[in-house]
Structures are given as structure tokens and as C-alpha cells.
Design a protein around this ligand. Structure first.
Ligand code: GUN
Length: 293
């Protein structure tokens, strides 16, 4: 068996087309969705993520209010920018790109964003609502994965799902979403992490394996059941002097070998990545719609 490669770019393009139509409708009502973007420092990966997010906004008609702050920005200065965006009625969503420099308190910054503008879904109020199944902004990467599974017709109902990685951004919220009732969910979820004694013991039985560890080759072919679905959340830069930019991107799974065994697999790049940005656009449009109701 060779796997069907899930085209995250195409799924993202389909959703962005739907969102573009919604933005056009909002504009006829005098509303242009706005995203406030804050980037502190000059980390190259963060700069490229933010550039991609702002480009995606522009493509579907969302305007972005770009705030680039120096690496030595204090917590107080950063909170002032958050406050200004909180109080700006033209801004429907606020994105603070993570990680922040050491002198900034990430948790305090995320908590200061108004929950109704928290389009990243990181505010404790949104996380709490998500866990108990109430209406909330869902975190973008987990939400994007749910959409990938739905639109790729992967059966999640009653499926054994193993997630590897317990981050606040991916593993923990994704486990919560997948165990809830509903389309693209209702799974039996196992969450593996660095304290798990034998990860293979879990993955080998799984119908769906989702890797979000930030380490290449976390999942190898011997760990996967024939016909399993494999979702790779990793974005790792590997030095590669044959590339103009000096590196290439790889995921957390051994794609070449798992491809021969799985039924469906997401590539890196072009799998989960485009969906993360798309769900940020989705939340920003959702926030703008809520605002006029
Ligand atoms: N850094 C890595 N992933 C993310 C994300 O989804 N949102 C933000 N704000 N920062 C990130």
C-alpha cells in the first residue's frame, strides 16, 4: 500500500475561498475584518510565519495592523500595544506571535488579550470553554487538523487516536477536541509525551497517529499499523547546503517509509502548516461576524 498524500494547501485554499466570500458580504455591510499583529524581536522563523499570516489576510480582504517591536521591548510596552488593539473597534482579532523574548511574560500577555479578540484561542477563557464544549475560538492548529480529517473523510468516530506531544498549542487542545462528541471527533484519545515509557506500544494500535513533538523522525514506519492515517504537525529546519536558503523543512515523521504503509499522510511542507494560518483567518472572520450581530 502507498498512502494518499493529503493536500493541505488545497484544503486551505478551499476554506480561504469560502472565507473570501464571507469577507465580501461583510464589506457590503460596512465591516472590514481587522487583525492586530504583534511580533517582538527578529526570530527568522517567527518573521516568516507573521509575513505568511499577513499575506494570507490581504489575499482574502482582511486588513492587518502590523506592530513590529524590538527584541528588548519590556512587558509594560508590550501590554500597552495589546491594550491599544483591545480598545480599537476596527480590530476583530489580536495575534501575538510566540515565542516572546525572555523578559516578557507570555502567560500574562495572552491573558490580557480580550477573549472576544483572542483569535489564536490561547486565552484561558477560550481554552476553558473549548474543554467543556462551549462556543469558543478554537486554537488554529488543532482546529486545522480537525478540518483536514473531516475533509479527507477520515473516520474519527470511535477511532483510536494517538497524539504525541503535550504542548499547550497543539497536543493538549487537540486531545480535548478529538474526544468530544461531533463530526470529525468522537475518538478514543491517547496522549503520549516525553514521560511515556513505550510510545510504539500505543502508536502500533492506532487508527490515526498525530505527531507534534518538534523532533524529526519521532515516528518511524515500524511504529505504524498498516493503513493508519498519519498527521505530521512538525516544522523542523534541517541544514541543507544544496538549498539557496541553507536549510530544508522536515516534519516529525519518517515520511518516506511511512508513506509505503499508511492509508493517508500529510506532507511537510504543504500539510498542516497552511491550515494553521487558514483557521486564524477563519477566527478573525468569525469575530467580525459576531461583532455585527
Ligand atoms: N508560534 C507557533 N505557533 C503559533 C501560533 O499558532 N500562534 C502564535 N501566536 N504563535 C505561534
Amino acid at each position: 500500500m502507498t498512502a494518499k498524500i493529503i493536500d493541505g494547501k488545497q484544503i486551505a485554499a478551499d476554506i480561504r475561498k469560502e472565507l473570501m466570500a464571507e469577507v465580501a458580504t461583510l464589506k457590503t455591510k460596512g465591516v472590514t475584518p481587522g487583525l492586530g499583529v504583534i511580533l517582538v524581536g527578529d526570530d527568522p522563523a517567527s518573521q516568516s510565519y507573521v509575513a505568511a499570516k499577513e499575506k494570507a489576510c490581504a489575499e482574502i480582504g482582511i486588513f492587518s495592523d502590523d506592530n513590529r517591536l524590538p527584541t528588548d521591548t519590556t512587558q509594560e510596552e508590550l501590554l500597552k500595544v495589546v491594550e491599544r488593539l483591545n480598545n480599537d473597534d476596527s480590530i476583530n482579532g489580536i495575534l501575538v506571535q510566540l515565542p516572546l523574548p525572555k523578559q516578557c511574560n507570555e502567560s500574562e500577555v495572552l491573558t490580557k488579550i480580550l477573549p472576544e479578540k483572542d483569535v489564536d484561542g490561547f486565552h484561558p477563557v477560550n481554552i476553558g470553554k473549548m474543554v467543556i464544549g462551549e462556543d469558543a475560538f478554537l486554537p488554529c492548529t488543532p482546529h486545522g487538523i480537525i478540518e483536514i480529517l473531516k475533509r479527507s473523510k477520515v473516520e474519527t468516530d470511535g477511532a483510536e487516536v494517538v497524539i504525541i506531544g503535550r504542548s499547550n498549542i497543539v497536543g493538549k487542545p487537540l486531545a480535548n477536541l478529538l474526544l468530544q462528541k461531533g463530526e470529525g471527533r468522537n475518538s478514543t484519545v491517547t496522549l503520549c509525551h516525553t514521560g511515556t515509557k513505550d510510545i510504539k506500544k500505543h502508536t502500533i494500535k492506532a487508527d490515526i497517529v498525530i505527531a507534534a513533538t518538534g523532533r524529526p523522525n519521532t515516528v518511524t514506519a515500524d511504529m505504524i499499523k498498516d493503513g493508519a492515517v498519519v498527521i505530521d504537525v512538525g516544522v523542523n529546519r534541517i541544514e541543507d547546503n544544496t538549498k539557496k536558503r541553507g536549510y530544508r523543512l522536515v516534519g516529525d515523521v519518517d515520511f518516506e517509509n511511512i508513506y509505503k504503509k499508511a492509508s493517508q499522510i500529510t506532507p511537510v511542507p504543504g500539510g498542516v502548516g497552511p491550515m494553521t494560518i487558514t483557521m486564524l483567518l477563519y477566527n478573525t472572520v468569525l469575530s467580525a461576524k459576531r461583532n455585527i450581530k
